[in-house]
Design a protein around this ligand. Structure first.
Ligand code: MRU
Length: 357
């Protein structure tokens, strides 16, 4: 799998996802402000990838800090964190990762400035390694719910490209394949900016997975024909009652799946769960540039000049449409998700098992 984000020779290296699948190009960042721009402009996208990129951005920014005392260092780190946090509002991983870096820096009050800067790089790199391990664990739990053979519909890109590696929703598919199951994927193209067509189709083809690209409005047709066995998607923020924000169009897919009796799974690393928000109504939804709707690939204008446009990047799927939320701790009914927030609770006691297991 191609590396999505990494720390390389003192720089943050990202694969430029705006240019895929036409060309595979890496960009090296030496200034944290440009890392913020890369997140905002979707050079890197997908909740877990955004989180780790921001952590590396904090580490990068920290290298510039001149300070005599630890408190002074922390005071100078704060605007760097704030800058990175302003990149996008919906994916909670961004804020989770920045906060983890900030707390880590605050706790290292015995280190010299030089060692603290080094430790911040190591912490961000560790977060990247953890992301891959979490995705593999989640994939293994999710694969239990995949039949053999199975045709799986997915929306947007929640694959290796949306994470540091392996993916969340696509991680479930990779794990099912590793278990020897025969899987086929239907990938929604994912308007307006086509993450499904540009990224998921490319990534799955690179991995040798049998993938069929469809436009978003074809999903119901294929469900009605009995061609889809299950749906699996990722999430940008999942809240306490099990409501899930994910790429715009996910809600429509979930409603269609329920109508057709098709299980709908969300692959959600615990880093995307925000227990501080009670219901999906509280999730901030990013509104993006109208040109993403009126223009294809920022090139071809397809709408009359001056037309009114709405461009929400995400929608919220209510918990009642979701069969299970798959995490690295197991799969859970949305109604049980809040129990994960209880440090005393044993996830094994309320984990969901596939029917017949
Ligand atoms: O706007 P994007 O491309 O960042 O949106 C990404 C998604 O909606 C993904 O499905 C989500 O981040 C989960 S990624 C593992």
């Amino acid at each position: 799998m191609v590396p999505t984000v990494e720390w390389k020779d003192g720089k943050v290296r990202l694969i430029d996802q705006t240019r895929l699948p036409r060309e595979v190009v890496y960009i090296d960042y030496t200034d944290y402000r440009d890392v913020t721009g890369a997140i905002r402009d979707l050079v890197v996208r997908g909740a877990p990838a955004i989180g780790v990129t921001a952590a590396l951005g904090v580490a990068l920014g920290a290298q510039e800090i001149e300070a005599d005392r630890h408190e002074e260092f922390l005071a100078r780190l704060q605007p760097i964190c704030d800058h990175l946090a302003s990149a996008r509002p919906t994916a909670v991983n961004l804020f989770w990762a920045i906060e983890r870096m900030r707390k880590f820096a605050a706790a290292q009050n015995k280190l010299s400035l030089k060692d603290l800067k080094k430790a911040l790089i190591e912490e961000a790199v560790r977060m990247g390694e953890e992301d891959i391990a979490v995705n593999r664990a989640m994939g293994a739990f999710g694969a239990e719910f995949v039949g053999d053979p199975a045709t799986i519909l997915t929306h947007c890109n929640a694959g290796s490209l949306a994470t540091v590696g392996y993916g969340t929703a696509l991680g479930v598919i990779y794990a099912a394949r590793e278990q020897g199951k025969q899987v086929r994927v239907f990938a929604d193209e994912t308007r307006p900016i086509l993450q499904g067509a540009r990224l998921t189709a490319w990534e799955l083809m690179e991995e040798g997975v049998d993938v069929t690209l469809i436009t978003d409005n074809m999903a119901g047709h294929f469900m009605k024909q009995g061609m889809i066995d299950l749906v699996v998607v990722g999430t940008d923020r999942t809240v306490a009652n099990g409501d899930v924000a994910n790429k715009i169009g996910t809600y429509s897919v979930a409603v269609l799946a329920k109508e057709h009796g098709i299980p709908f799974y969300v692959a959600a690393p615990t880093s995307t769960i925000d227990f501080s928000i009670p219901t999906g109504d509280g999730i901030p939804i990013e509104e993006r540039d109208p040109r993403e709707v009126t223009c294809i690939c920022n090139q071809l204008e397809i709408a009359p000049e001056g037309v009114k446009v709405k461009s929400p990047a995400f929608d919220v799927t209510p918990a009642r449409y979701i069969t299970a939320i798959i995490t690295e701790k197991g799969a859970f009914r949305p109604a049980d998700l809040h129990k994960l927030n209880d440090p005393e609770a044993d996830p094994e006691s309320f984990r969901l098992h596939p029917a017949g297991a």
